[in-house]
Design a protein around this ligand. Sequence first.
Ligand SMILES: Cc1cc2nc3c(=O)[nH]c(=O)nc-3n(C[C@H](O)[C@H](O)[C@H](O)COP(=O)(O)OP(=O)(O)OC[C@H]3O[C@@H](n4cnc5c(N)ncnc54)[C@H](O)[C@@H]3O)c2cc1C
Ligand SMILES: Cc1cc2nc3c(=O)[nH]c(=O)nc-3n(C[C@H](O)[C@H](O)[C@H](O)COP(=O)(O)O)c2cc1C
Ligand code: SF4
Length: 664
Amino acid sequence: MSLLFSPIRIRSLKLPNRIVMPAMHLNFTMDGMVNKKLIEFYRLRAKGGCGLLQIGGCPVDPEAGGEYMIGVNGDKYLPGLKSLVDVIHSEGSHCGLQLYHAGRYTYSFFLGGKQPPSASATLSGLTREMSREMTVEEIRKTVQDFADSAARVKEAGFDVVEVIASAGYLVNQFFSPLTNLRTDEYGGSLENRLRFGVEVVQAIRRAVGPDFPITVRLSGNDFVEGSNTNKENALLAKALEAAGADMFNVTGGWHESRVPQITNALPRAGFAYLARNVKRLVKAPVAAANRINTPEMAEQLLRDGWCDLVSLGRALITDAEWPLKAREGRSADILHCISCNQECLDNIFQLKPLGCLVNPRVGHEDEPEAPKTPAKKVLVLGGGPAGLTAAATLARRGHSVEVVEKRERVGGQVFAASVAPNKSEFATLAETLFRQATLAGATVATNVELDEKGIVARRPDLVVLATGGQPLRPPIEGLDRPEVVEAMAVLDERRSVGQRVVVIGGGPIGVEAALYAAAIGTIEPETAAFLLRHRAEDPETIRALLWRGNKQVTLVEMQSAVGQGIGKSTKWIAMKEIKEMGVEVLTQARVVRIDDAGAHLDTPEGARTIPVDTVILAAGMTAHNPYANLAARMGDKVVVVGDAGGVSDAAGAIRDAYRKLRAV
Ligand SMILES: Cc1cc2nc3c(=O)[nH]c(=O)nc-3n(C[C@H](O)[C@H](O)[C@H](O)COP(=O)(O)OP(=O)(O)OC[C@H]3O[C@@H](n4cnc5c(N)ncnc54)[C@H](O)[C@@H]3O)c2cc1C
Ligand SMILES: Cc1cc2nc3c(=O)[nH]c(=O)nc-3n(C[C@H](O)[C@H](O)[C@H](O)COP(=O)(O)O)c2cc1C
Ligand code: SF4
């Protein structure tokens, strides 16, 4: 019997399954009002079978967050919230709303230049701005703001109200000795630092009555030096439970933590231990969160007692029908989140609406499907992300689609993209896209390369050119030497490289190639676990063995910085690894010649020669479109998609193919 699909009670609420979608900012509203975009996004997730959908976070006061978040701090928001709740209920799901106060994580820009309020005046590691200490009157008013908003949550018809006590927001700021330097009853001892969070939950309980469920988003460990660890945060859960909390959704870290939390660097379900740690101290149900991707993993976590519920954030962004497919045993049909953050978190950081690299429909749920057109015979050339997305999009619309891929496998550059440290999930992207195309009815032939005659002979009504990108070769003397290899080839074929490596180009691909080379000779995680478990080596030695390989890698970039083009949420990790792995970075430098002596560079400090065994070329990509003539001749019977029409990235290629073909 499935535990995932067994019911669970949260105070008065009975959920039909153990799947929770945690609160996530979507940036779908710019004035705080619920709109059609939001409603249709959540309608699909409710219809998809998620047990509990948490909406928000929603600022409890105008100073608590921005207008671009869903509003709850005034009665004007009630009609919209009610209509959202009605839709979720009509689809058979349940919903809660997360109450949010950013404290020192708000930018003064959003407060008309005023200093953000916090437990104390400290420098925010996220905004690099100083906060100001809240007065006791302000604290009391804020506690009341939480209670007033909670009353509105209940009035709007939500089933649950949630408080955010994670990610380094205001409740954390009061609880942490790092950010709470107060000497009054809200600072100092553990009990005093707990007081604000406890008062918030108590006030909410008074506002919503004895039966209404209150849930808490908890940081299982702050992962910030000098702040609370798993020990203190479990105590916070215990105190909040005593104050009236009925469920905990346990995540890890603050925004300013230097421990990766939601990227591919964190192993799948890597923070489940934090949920189990909280579970030891509370009776209330506990959800584990972060990087729980597959139904099998979710089921195992429940079975093995790590948690009582599973929190699926981006998994449910990518596939609204994840629960439905899981229940029907169609795990292979799920569109898997690859933890890239490219179109979700990175968009939010740029105040753009949320999307998804894997699923181009995300953020467009309110757009009606285009009316069907007469069935066509379509030939797709190229089985990379663009070609496979084109095939799935067209086949779903009833067209007869054949994909022809010249290589032995589909996926295109995605395989090269999956090789560097922390990029393994890109391999699942190839599987997901292939599965979606074939599920929709497209046929896929590999090891086939057609010439123009072959294309015409197939008599297609439409040809989709998705032949992708190819490496650029800058005019550098010596590029034809045997020690020079393209980054694409190194990564795609997992080639071994020589002892002394120079990487030309510090863009995203160059950084990945450098990390790949630098990781050669590091120990496997299993070996590290063995050494740690048996205390065979001290932890610092094990760290060094994990980080330092046996290659000497130099990354050469013409611009003033490397890694330009990598998203905000993952770039800092790549840069941290470049440093920890001992990659030498040379900026404003260029390789001018390669010969027997090595790579000759122009650097701001003057000419330099680096003896080298392997030169990895990562000087950018350019469109590869071998059928440009055909495109010119066949006119509107040819559509060019993805990198073949102009180099972008996988997100851009998928989006491009979907947008160009969704109405064909
Ligand atoms: C190392 C690396 C890391 C990357 N990391 C990221 C990342 O983190 N995020 C991101 O969004 N993007 C990333 N990218 C870029 C991304 O992979 C590409 O932008 C994306 O794959 C482009 O998709 P596409 O389908 O247009 O082209 P491609 O992936 O290039 O696929 C084209 C396909 O067409 C086939 N083909 C070519 N000619 C023919 C022909 N004549 N007949 C039949 N088939 C043909 C090719 O074999 C290939 O399979 C990375 C790329 C690399 C190389
Ligand atoms: C775009 C985005 C916005 C988020 N906003 C919130 C938020 O408002 N409140 C919150 O508690 N967590 C927020 N989170 C964290 C998620 O709830 C979740 O904990 C995180 O994505 C890890 O879980 P996952 O791997 O299942 O996605 C956000 C995450 C993303 C990707
Ligand atoms: S953009 Fe990437 S991380 Fe975000 S939901 Fe989609 S696949 Fe997951």
